[in-house]
Design a protein around this ligand. Structure first.
Ligand code: SOE
Length: 385
């Protein structure tokens, strides 16, 4: 079976997913065949240039007709275009793979998830949290589920970037509440929240996040608009209406404590996503900057051991290169595409793709609770907002 795929969005994420689809027949021949059928956007010239470069057969400026025509719809546009086309696709019975965060607001995330529920299990609705598909993260999950870290006490996650530390860095849709929903919180924090849920969210480990105390901060309130000369006095500027950074404290159902943080002002850190977990029997830490490694400490007297997660029996690695031939960021997209498309074709034994829209919604509830807690100045429970 060849699945025709329609993709909305042709910039950063359009490129990451188009690359992933192109790699599938070479490295994941067991995944369904896909045809990059139609690329959707608004600017015809940019669209046709991107379609040629990214290997799409055609282009369209009309997502409404595309969601009906294709076998699968990928929504890789900015956050404010996640809800309407994704819901329309699901109503047409077309599986949807949507970039994170699921939506700019909790309300839209709820509507999208309701559409996914109504479409039913035969119409997969995936949320593209790609870091679940890092082999070392899967390896960590295996250790945690086998109980090797014992009872979980601490979970620490931070995602640091620095592309806004320059006050003259241009304004973009990512700085606008209407278009993005939130700033570092949704863009980066959603990844960390999803990883925390993925790794320790089961009843046997830390369980659900029960209570949250959040803090958000915008360091630079106005930014020059792209095209205007940044830094000069008469530059046209726009107001930044989202956070530049957030931090949060979490209380988990089973008694564990968590701290989360993300920033676009962490000078010198380009894309530094780190997770640390401490349990009664050991600890682990993962850093995206060394994504082929997992540091694991067992017992209390031997320090951390660095495990290179590149053996062929490590998760996903057998599809690539011989042991020690490291993988990169783009491979996470190949893995998630293979898994999602298998679910679309009905080729997965469990029949289900995770992270799905329910996972996207659960992360969104946590993000909203962090915002609400910052507004109210008190702890908030994500289950009652
Ligand atoms: C930009 O901050 C960004 O590209 C995010 O949107 C991605 O989700 C993250 O993986 C890397 O940084």
């Amino acid at each position: 079976m060849t699945l025709s795929v329609g993709v909305l969005g042709y910039r950063f994420m359009g490129k990451a997913h188009a690359n992933a689809m192109a790699r599938l027949p070479m490295f994941f021949p067991d995944a369904p065949d896909v045809e990059r059928s139609v690329l959707v956007g608004r600017d015809e010239e940019a669209l046709s240039e991107a379609a040629g470069r990214l290997g799409f057969e055609s282009t369209s400026t009309d997502w409404e007709s595309v969601v009906d025509e294709v076998d699968v719809f990928y929504n890789l546009g900015p956050n404010h275009v996640h809800a309407e086309p994704s819901i329309a696709a699901l109503e047409a019975g077309t599986p949807v793979f949507c970039e994170k965060p699921l939506a700019p607001t909790l309300e839209e995330a709820e509507q999208m998830t309701e559409a996914a529920r109504e479409a039913g299990d035969d119409v997969p609705a995936g949320c593209a949290f790609n870091y679940r598909f890092v082999p070392a993260i899967r390896y960590a999950k295996g250790l945690l589920e086998a109980g090797e870290l014992g009872e979980i006490h601490h979970v620490r996650g931070r995602y640091l970037q620095d592309w806004l530390v320059d006050p003259d860095a241009p304004w973009s849709w990512r700085n606008d509440e209407e278009l993005a929903g939130s700033g570092a919180l949704g863009d980066l924090g959603s990844h960390t929240v999803d990883l925390v849920r993925f790794l320790v969210g089961s009843d046997e480990l830390a369980g659900e996040i029960e209570r949250i105390s959040g803090h958000l901060r915008t360091f630079v309130e106005e930014r020059p608009v792209e095209g205007s000369e940044s830094g000069v006095d008469d530059a046209e500027t726009r107001t930044v209406t989202v956070d530049d950074a957030y931090s949060a404290q979490l209380a988990f159902e089973n008694g564990a404590m968590g701290t989360l943080e993300a920033s676009r002002f962490a000078t010198g850190h380009k894309n530094d996503h780190t997770i640390e977990i401490h349990g009664s029997e050991g600890s682990l830490r993962f850093s995206l900057e060394r994504l082929n490694e997992l540091e694991v400490l067992r017992g209390d007297d031997r320090g951390y051991e660095t495990i290179l997660v590149t053996d062929e029996d490590d998760p996903y690695v057998d599809h690539w290169w011989p042991p020690g031939h490291v993988l990169g960021w783009e491979h996470t997209f190949v893995h998630e595409n293979a898994e999602f498309l298998r679910a679309v074709a009905g080729d997965r034994e469990d029949g289900e793709f995770r992270p799905n829209f329910e996972d996207g919604l659960a992360a969104q509830r946590v993000l909203s609770a962090i915002e609400e807690s910052d507004d109210r100045g008190e702890w908030v429970s994500p289950s009652v907002i």
